[in-house]
Design a binder for this molecule. Structure first.
Ligand code: ADP
Ligand code: ZN
Length: 424
């Protein structure tokens, strides 16, 4: 569809959705009234900036029913966020909402090369988390043979993957890396499995991590993005070009804003991603601030899709640590580790001792790190430390720890332990 037609659809849907939300969600009506904006003021996407933002705090304040736009008897499902950065929030779905969401996930599977001949292993967690349910529904819609594994029990994952000839794998990238590591330990080579592609998301991951997963599983690894508040995974998905994710613009409008001022930024600028849902019935959100930082672009894509593309989120605005005054993202540390040949098994520990931030990075050793040269390990720690200093501008204390001593994640990985937060 041409960008022009997409815009036309968005304009029509937006006018309706704003009226619907104003009439049915008292909480948002109040925000609009406070800002002095009425539904009639919104005639199309160019008026979007007039609407107030919704933030995660609003969802917490309105918990659980305050942003519900329809009678509870019309709802068929509840999901909840993972609570990565605070109290969980819940979202409601009508059957139409579930259908729209599953359609989005189906598009992601097709974009990764999936069709009805595929065996799709869904290893995202099933339950309140949207990962399992979303990809499961998408897989059905495409007509794949769906293997609803959920996360965990890695030996069984591998047994079924091999015995039932899974061709697509859906899970978090950290779990995919762990499955790859376990396959290697079992002596199963990448070419021994039937997998051709994986659809990985729900947490930040780097290009280095993508290469690591692609090599260890012998597949193409595609990114998928979403959040519970806006429906779940599938809000945006990667195509064969593997250079950013197409946003399903017939269902969601994306904006990039300056997170400090709220000002809307032009295409190509880095800022906070904001979504407006266009079709949702139970839990419609207008101008929801995701706190994810990325860039939008409308350059022509070789796959032929015309939906706007978002870069990988470069970490959340609240993922960023400020250590001794310097901004540090876990993804930077991951990049250094993978570039230096380490596995992505690490943990960052930040604390404050005598008013000074301490910054420790624990990294699992490789076989070759065991050395009989005196100070061999210390030397490797020093090498890593200096590579990190170059990347970050500050010096962490790097410690190589025993293989397997850092807990593996079956869902979203816990990379940072910030003990400073416990104090205030
Ligand atoms: P929580 O915010 O509690 O983790 P969700 O489970 O709904 O709740 O997760 C949504 C968040 O996960 C997004 O806002 C984003 O920060 C992160 N996320 C989802 N997909 C990706 C992805 N492909 N890359 C990076 N981050 C992602
Ligand atoms: Zn594309």
């Amino acid at each position: 569809m041409s960008a022009e037609n997409i815009k036309k659809i968005q304009n029509e849907k937006l006018v309706k959705q704003v009226r619907y939300v104003y009439d049915n969600v008292e909480y948002y009506r109040r925000l609009m009234d406070e800002k002095g904006v009425k539904p009639d003021d919104i005639k199309g996407t160019e008026d979007l900036h007039k609407l107030p933002f919704v933030k995660k705090d609003d969802l917490r304040e309105a918990y659980p029913y305050g942003l519900l736009a329809t009678d509870i008897k019309n709802c068929v499902r509840i999901h909840s966020t993972s609570g990565t950065t605070g109290k969980r929030v819940v979202a409601f779905y009508t059957q139409n909402d579930v259908d729209m969401w599953e359609e989005c996930c189906a598009r992601a599977i097709v974009a990764a090369g999936g069709d009805k001949h595929d065996v799709c292993q869904v290893s995202y967690g099933y339950g309140l988390f949207t990962g399992g349910a979303g990809l499961h529904g998408g897989s059905h819609r495409v007509g794949c043979l769906t293997l609803p594994m959920s996360s965990g029990n890695t030996d069984r994952q591998i047994q079924f993957m091999m015995d039932l000839n899974a061709t697509l794998l859906c899970c978090t990238p950290s779990y995919a890396a762990y499955i790859g590591e376990t396959l290697k330990e079992k002596g199963i080579k990448p070419e021994d499995n039937k997998l051709k592609a994986g659809i990985f998301g729900a947490e930040p991951w780097t290009e280095e991590m993508r290469r690591n997963i692609e090599n260890s599983l012998g597949i193409k690894a595609y990114d998928i993005y979403g959040l519970t508040e806006i429906s779940g995974p599938g809000v945006a998905f990667e195509c064969e070009e593997q250079s950013g994710m197409h946003i399903n613009e017939d269902h969601f409008i994306a904006e990039i804003i300056n997170p400090d001022t709220g000002e809307v930024l032009p295409l190509g600028s880095k800022g906070e991603l904001v979504f407006t849902s266009l079709d949702k019935e139970a839990f419609p959100l207008l101008r929801y601030r995701t706190r994810d930082i990325c860039i939008l672009s409308r350059e022509k894509c070789s796959c032929g899709r015309t939906f706007v593309k978002m870069t990988k989120p470069m970490g959340r605005s609240d993922d960023m640590m400020i250590i001794r005054g310097v901004n540090v993202f876990p993804s930077q540390i991951e990049t250094v580790l993978l570039n230096c040949g380490y596995a992505p098994n690490y943990q960052i520990i930040v604390d404050r001792v005598n008013n000074t931030d301490t910054f420790d990075v624990h990294v699992e050793m490789r076989e070759e790190d065991f050395s009989d040269i005196p100070n061999g390990i210390t030397q490797r720690e020093k090498q890593l430390q200096s590579a990190m200093k170059t990347m970050l501008g500050i010096n962490p204390r790097v410690r190589l720890v025993a293989p397997k001593s850092i807990a593996r994640s079956e869902g979203k990985a816990v990379r940072v332990i910030d003990k400073r937060k416990l104090i205030d």
